[in-house]
Design a protein around this ligand. Structure first.
Ligand code: DP6
Length: 296
């Protein structure tokens, strides 16, 4: 029996739109921060059977499809009993596909005794779920085409909180969103905007211009939301409470001239990233939001 845990990650410049949806090759580069405290643990044991056995509530079909891909790649007929759990509350609306597929890939390689490079592991995991390829790197991961790398920035660690406004299962998966956004008229220039924003964000991080970084990260998730809202059949992940939280954060920045980086994924919950020296601000803001929402 082998057990492996891998972290999830939050994108500051988003992976949205694929060049190749089998190998999960993105149309534009993305930049993420690895969330070392939010992990999925996958546990595999070899069984004497002709198919995998499942012991968790994750998206089984996708997990098994990825195991089939790995079995074919490494030419093995081993089948497994699979267990998987997250250390963050289930039903909190947090995307866990990045940590799940990273952990499944690592665990599979361990159980079949294959010691390959981190680049190769990350590329294999990318086939299961694109964003998982960034979870092998940290604290920041830069993903472009088939290449992923850790990049050094002046910030070693952020304090991360999520304001959970809803834990409902989403109606449109992020995999579906990747193809729906292509029907938006805004998609034609999406790559240009994302690459420009990436260069500007790296620059503002290097200069430690926190306000500029906040503005770019905000513009970026709003750009992704605009793609959703302007696709042929418009859709959105935001709830009324998401707008309430975003509005309160914008006011906070306006009044204090300071605040956290704010971003959202394909979901209604709001992610906050504070610098380490903003710990008291992080506590204060999180307690204020806790009066109405779950904050993790
Ligand atoms: C909005 O990695 O979940 O979180 O490759 O189809 O599994 P698949 O998609 P996924 O997409 C993540 C989209 C995002 C932005 C991001 O993480 O960069």
């Amino acid at each position: 029996m082998i057990e492996v845990s891998m972290p999830t990650n939050i994108a500051l410049i988003k992976y949205m739109g694929k060049k190749d949806s089998i190998a999960n090759i993105p149309d534009n580069s993305s930049l993420s921060y690895t969330l070392d405290d939010l992990k999925t643990t996958v546990n595999l044991s070899v069984i004497d059977a002709e198919q995998d056995q499942w012991d968790s509530t994750e998206d089984q079909a996708r997990f098994i499809k990825h195991l089939d891909f790995l079995r074919q790649k490494f030419n093995t007929k081993k089948y497994f009993k699979i267990k998987s759990h997250n250390n963050f509350p289930s039903g909190c609306g947090l995307a866990s596909s990045a940590s799940s597929f990273a952990a499944l890939t690592e665990c599979f390689l361990k159980i079949i005794n294959r010691d390959i490079s981190v680049e190769e592991k990350s590329a294999l995991s990318r086939h299961g779920s694109g964003s998982s390829c960034r979870s092998f790197y940290g604290p920041f991961a830069l993903w472009s085409g088939e290449k992923v790398e850790s990049i050094a920035l002046p910030y070693k660690k952020f304090i991360h909180h999520v304001i959970v406004v809803s834990s409902d299962k989403k109606l449109i998966s992020s995999s579906q969103a990747h193809s729906l956004v292509k029907t938006s008229l805004l998609y034609a220039d999406r790559k240009i905007r994302a690459e420009k924003r990436l260069a500007e964000l790296l620059e503002s991080f290097k200069k430690q211009d926190w306000q500029k970084s906040y503005e770019i990260v905000w513009q970026e998730f709003q750009d992704m939301m605009a793609l959703f809202e302007t696709s042929e059949k418009p859709f959105s992940y935001l709830k009324l409470s998401s707008y309430f939280v975003l509005d309160a954060l914008r006011d906070y920045w306006h009044v204090h001239g300071d605040g956290p980086l704010v971003t959202m994924d394909a979901g209604p919950n709001v992610h906050l990233l504070f610098r380490e020296d903003q710990a008291s601000m992080a506590n204060m803001l999180s307690s204020a939001f806790r009066e109405k929402f779950t904050v993790i």
